[in-house]
Design a protein around this ligand. Sequence first.
Ligand code: ATP
Length: 256
Amino acid sequence: MSIKISFQNVTKTYFFAGQNSFNALQSLNLDIEDGEFITVVGPSGCGKSTAMNIAAGLTTPSSGQVLVDNVPVKGPGPERGVIFQQYALFPWLTVRENVEFGLKIARHPKMERRRIADRFIGLVGLTDFADALPKTLSGGMKQRCAIARAYAVNPKILLMDEPFGALDALTRVQLQDQLLATWEAERRTVMFITHDVDEAVYLASRVVVMAARPGRLHKIVPVDLPYPRTEEMRLSPEFSNLRNEVWRSVYHPATA
Ligand SMILES: Nc1ncnc2c1ncn2[C@@H]1O[C@H](COP(=O)(O)OP(=O)(O)OP(=O)(O)O)[C@@H](O)[C@H]1O
């Protein structure tokens, strides 16, 4: 397996008035393999979003670098799709037009745009709503649309910052399964931030646990459950052990 994303000694320090400074992220070293699904958990303020924003090219590190395919990240790029908690859809465009948007910018011919968009709209279960405007959709449906739009432009990497954070528990579970089904079909590399320990274990092949003050890598927990993940697995003793291990690492880092 080749390394897709490599955090190399990445530090982010914020400076404030006077001479105060704050280490949001300290010396993060992390390699993410091509096609891997990793989740990132940790207490509020431990630098999860900072790390992801640096990989997305939205924030510059104070020192160190992130490599994508061995090339240093200098800014955002089409090979990295970013999905935030707030689904940033264009309100005046339909679901299909939203999903087609990036393809239009990339000058894909009309028929091809439609074919690609309809495929991903189908994968996220929105076929019946392809002509609907975002304001007529529920939060979960909007987020499905945002995922379809991110996938449609074929980014090799998906950076997802608490994408299901605003959703109710049932929708969340459904979207986790849909995301995994799409990931298994496409095998993009995924870095997924969450506060939900169950979600972190259910989705990932490795859970990256971070600690705060300063923000840093605390522990990596491998998840040796096979894919596809199933509802039954959530109830298994193996899942429960992993969840407990991640939970202890997040909330009692001194002892786990
Ligand atoms: N632009 C900024 N200026 C100053 N401090 C910042 C800035 N952005 C983030 N920080 C600080 O850096 C630290 C890490 O923030 P970050 O958003 O990466 O944490 P997080 O782990 O994603 O938190 P949460 O889980 O609450 O979203 C926080 O203490 C935050 O206050």
